[in-house]
Design a protein around this ligand. Sequence first.
Ligand code: HEM
Length: 141
Amino acid sequence: MAHSAATGRSIPIISPAEGVSEELIRQLVETFYGRAIRDPELGPIFHAKLSGRWSQHLALMVDFWSSIALRTGRYQGKPQAAHFGLDLTPEMFTRWLTLFEKTAQEVCEPDVAAFFVDRARRIAESLQIGLGIGPKALRLP
Ligand code: HEM
């Protein structure tokens, strides 16, 4: 664990070879989105947007996490743009993160789960800033 002076948070550092594999990422993604799509709050958003191309979304999300955790560079998309127009709220992000954290803790070893959760929280924060929502959104006086 390393401590970040900027955020005051402890950021878990893992090297890709330690405990993360493509198979683990696939399992994490499939379990998480399997739950997200059945979630009363989040499910309808995924159904509305991704019906008919769910398996492509899962493959893209495996690439996304593989790029982050294993530095494979397979994901080259624009996550900010993909979340515009979905009317997302801070409460939905909290729900997403709760589900993701629970899944990561079930599927991964503790250090690896902490790594994924830390990255997900930071990305969720920046997505919300980009959408102009949540506690860190810029507000003009
Ligand atoms: C309220 C929470 C969230 C909801 C409801 C949500 C929903 C969605 C939906 C519906 C799409 C598909 C957009 C499309 O293809 O038209 C998408 C794409 C994506 N989401 Fe989320 N998302 C949420 C949070 C997050 C978070 C926290 C992350 C990252 C940690 C994330 C990462 C991505 C990525 C990488 C894509 C693919 C973007 C691309 O097409 O390149 N999402 N999300």
